[in-house]
Design a protein around this ligand. Structure first.
Ligand code: DX5
Ligand code: ZN
Length: 225
């Protein structure tokens, strides 16, 4: 298994009153992406942040911004997020009217396009875009909140996704999001996940992000570092 594991701290668990500093801290600690969870109060119950915050985060880091849109009607907002400095825009298959067209519109904005599926959504729902996306995001919790328990039952789907992508030569990165901690990270990597999103495991009271990120990396063991 040749690729390096990437770590994408989710700022949803950061201290929003000192967001810039926390983004700078994870940058120094070696974050590969900054994961930004956008929620609209419709696709998922909470409301989090919009393009204005993406723009602010952009000023604190050169690390690629991985924007996870948990919103309805994503086609209405992708241009603003691209303009705000997103490097990767990921949309949910469950929220798209025409997924293929949406992925093309994201790419036409000059940013990378990702597609995400909820734990209950089958791979079939994204089959037609697997060859064209840059990133596939498998949710291992139902989206909406940080700090939920990792759903073991999704591991099989990650294995299947890895198999399909390798067999058919698709280059998309396989990212996994939800409940990832030093306890679950290794299973995700062994299943084929290559980008680990983590919120509550990275932004933890009483520990530095350098410490928590190092713990996460070590927990992947000698699988891939
Ligand atoms: C959940 C979000 C996740 C979340 C992860 O809806 O998409 O990115 O912040 O948080 P943890 O790592 O605490 O499960
Ligand atoms: Zn997320």
């Amino acid at each position: 298994m040749p690729d390096k594991i990437k770590i994408a701290p989710s700022i949803l668990s950061a201290d929003f009153a000192r967001l810039g500093e926390q983004v700078a801290e994870v940058t120094v600690a070696g974050a590969d992406y900054i994961h930004i969870d956008v929620m609209d109060g419709h696709f998922v119950p909470p409301i989090t942040i919009g393009p204005i915050v993406v723009e602010a985060v952009r000023r604190w880091t050169d690390v690629p911004l991985d924007v996870h849109l948990m919103i309805d009607n994503p086609e209405r907002h992708i241009e603003q997020f691209a303009g705000a400095g997103a490097d990767i825009i990921t949309v949910h298959a469950e929220a798209a009217n025409d997924l293929g067209e949406l992925i093309e519109s994201i790419k036409n904005l000059g940013v990378k396009a990702g597609v995400s599926i909820n734990p209950a959504t089958p791979i079939d729902a994204i089959e037609n875009v697997l060859s064209s996306v840059d990133l596939v995001l498998a949710m291992t919790v139902n989206p909406g909140w940080a700090g939920q328990a990792f759903m073991e039952e999704v591991v099989d789907k990650i294995v299947q996704l890895r198999r399909i992508m390798d067999r058919r030569g698709f280059a998309a990165e396989l990212e996994v999001d939800g409940g990832i901690s030093p306890k679950t990270a290794r299973r995700v990597v062994e299943a084929g996940g290559r980008v680990l999103v983590a919120g509550s495991a990275i932004f933890t009271k009483g520990k530095s992000v350098a410490e928590t990120m190092a713990e996460l990396r070590v927990s992947c063991g000698d699988v891939i570092l």
